[in-house]
Structure formats: C-alpha cells, structure tokens
Design a binder for this molecule. Structure first.
Ligand code: A2P
Length: 316
C-alpha cells in the first residue's frame, strides 16, 4: 500500500476512505467493510454527523482483531464553531469520545472561517466571528497544545490557501503538516500544490470523484461531471478499469493522499484496487490538461452580506 511519510517518520496510507455525506445508517458498515478490505486510513469530521457510528465500527474492528489501533490512521477536523482557543480541546474531546479513541493521528482546522459556538452553518453575519475576534493563529496555538498533550499526533489544516498557510507559519511552533483541499483533474491547484511541496506540507485531495452526491443546495446548475469526462473514460477503457479508478490513480501518482467516499462494498473495494492502476506519463499529462479551475465546493456559504468574510479571504 502506498504511503507518505511525515517529518517524524510516521507514515500515512495514501488512500483513505472519505466519510463526508456517508449517512449514519450506512457509514458503520462502510467503515467496517473498508477496514476488512484493507483500508488503513479513515477521514472523518464532526460536521459530517456520523462520528458515533464510525466509532462503533472502529471499536468492533479493534475488538475482532481485524486491525490494531496503531495500524490505522484516523483523521478528524475542528469545526468552525470551535476556533476560540478555549473551545479547541473540548471539541477534540467530543470527537475522541464519538470515535471511541484515545488519540487522533491527524487533526485539521476544517476551514479558515470562524462561527459562533454552536453554529453549524451561518444564517447571517451575526452567526460568524471575524479574524479579529478569532485569529487563525490563536486557534493554531491551541492545536499545537493538543500535540504537546499527546491527544493528536499531527496537526494540519483544510481548505487553506497559500496566504492563510503563510500566516500560520509565521508564528507556528509546529508547522502545519497537511492541507486537505478539493483536488481533482478539474481543479489541479498547481500553485498551492507547489507551495505545499516547498514547505513540506502533505496534501490530501478531497472530492476526488467530483462529489456528485452533494445536497442539491450545494450544487450548481450545469456543473461538469468528472466521472463522465471523455478523456478519463477513454483512459479507463485502455486500462480495463473504471473512471473512478483512473481519478484515484491520478491523485496517487501526483503524490496526494486521496479519500474517495463510498458506502457500497463493490465501490469501496474497487477504489482501493485503483492502487494497481499505473498510468503512463502521457496519460497523466493528458489528465492534467483537463484543469478548468472548477470548484465543486466553492465556499460561497461562508460569504454573507453582513458577514466578516469575502470569497478572497476564504481561498487566500
Ligand atoms: P456511493 O457512496 O453511493 O458509492 P467524492 O469522493 O468525490 O466525494 O465522491 C463520492 C461520490 O462518488 C458518491 O456519490 C459515491 O457514491 C460515488 N462513488 C464512489 N466510488 C465510486 C465508484 N467507484 N464509481 C462510481 N461512483 C463512485
């Protein structure tokens, strides 16, 4: 299984199971099956509303001896309503309790956006906190303390651009080790990828298959369907594999962790087997050329008329 190595020589399985949009009733079986099939990396977040079920699946997998805790990588994230330093550790504790774990392998700031305590999604600016009220650097300091306490092994961010990463690094004691961002052939993010490589920050690609199961309210009309892309389909035919496997193989070849989500056994297995699909240099560059800077998750839900954030702040 392909792995990437952290600065302290810990290794993460490059291919993990995504759990965003996995319903509580489905995710228990998906995670258990994924672990039985060989996945050793599960990506979670409290805002996905399913950590208790994932915790149940992890507990059963440990109890049955399918996997030991130190053989599997678990990532979770700090939700936006817990950016104030005093809220960071309690948020982690809730996640640890739900996942039934003593520690996380990786904890990420989910978005460079702060909300008031208890708010999942803002209805207006009054639900939000500005950078002045909740500076990202203060949140980061509280994240560093979790590493000191042994509650998380690694810390990083999600949905951060180079500007926000630079800001954190100016005062960071522990540099961010991972940036989890939307990344696929329609959004190749070459500038951000280069910045992360230069600073030793690993990348996790989310929505690698185009996340077509997003709720209707989060979808744009006429959005391009990545799994239906002609070039991707042609390459899949050549390799006698599926378009999803081509997309996953592309991410792995680019050097990204990749977290395709599925709740179906056949696809969970198929996605893991994408590690066996070896794309040629010319196929990789053909896929690279599909870039159209298209974000499926464009972050516009954080921009409110009377709110503290503009689109430029979010992707800064
Ligand atoms: P399902 O969970 O029903 O299998 P992303 O990882 O980009 O968020 O995409 C997730 C979407 O892609 C879900 O709708 C998921 O459906 C679907 N999906 C996952 N694996 C495959 C696959 N191998 N082939 C086709 N669709 C897939």
């Amino acid at each position: 299984m392909q792995t990437f190595t952290f600065r302290n020589n810990d290794t993460i399985s490059a291919l993990g199971l995504g759990t965003w949009k996995s319903e509580p009733g489905e995710v228990f079986h998906a995670v258990k099956f994924a672990i039985e099939t060989g996945y050793r990396h599960i990506d979670c977040a409290p805002i996905y509303g399913n950590e208790p079920e994932i915790g149940q699946a992890l507990q059963e997998s440990f109890a049955s001896g399918t996997v030991k805790r130190d053989e599997i990588w678990i990532t979770s994230k700090l939700w936006n309503d817990s950016h104030l330093p005093e809220d960071v550790e309690p948020a982690l504790q809730r996640t640890l309790r739900d996942l039934k774990l003593q520690y996380l392998d990786l904890f990420l700031i989910h978005w460079p956006v702060a909300l008031k305590r208890g708010i999942d999604f803002p209805r207006g600016g009054k639900d939000m906190l500005s950078y002045k009220e909740a500076p990202l650097t203060a949140t980061w300091q509280a994240m560093e303390e979790l590493v000191d306490k042994g509650m998380v092994r690694h810390i990083g961010v999600s949905n951060f651009g180079a500007g926000n990463l630079s800001l954190l690094m100016e005062s960071a004691r522990i540099k961010p080790e991972m940036n989890q961002v939307e990344l696929h052939p329609y959004l190749t993010q070459t500038g951000l990828v280069q910045f992360c490589h230069e600073h030793g920050i690993l990348i996790t690609a989310y929505s690698p298959l185009g996340s077509s199961d997003r709720a209707a309210g989060l979808k744009s009309r006429d959005e391009p369907v990545l799994l239906e892309d002609t070039t991707v389909k042609e390459i899949a035919t050549i390799h006698d594999c599926t378009p999803a496997q081509v997309l996953i193989a592309w991410s792995l070849r680019k050097g990204y962790c990749v977290i395709p989500k599925s709740v179906h056994e056949g696809r969970i297995k198929q996605n893991l087997q994408a590690e066996q699909v070896i794309l040629s240099e010319s196929e990789i560059s053909k896929i690279d050329k599909l870039n159209k800077g298209y974000r499926y998750v464009n972050g516009d839900f954080w921009v409110k008329r009377d709110g503290p954030y503009a689109m430029e702040d979010i992707w800064y």
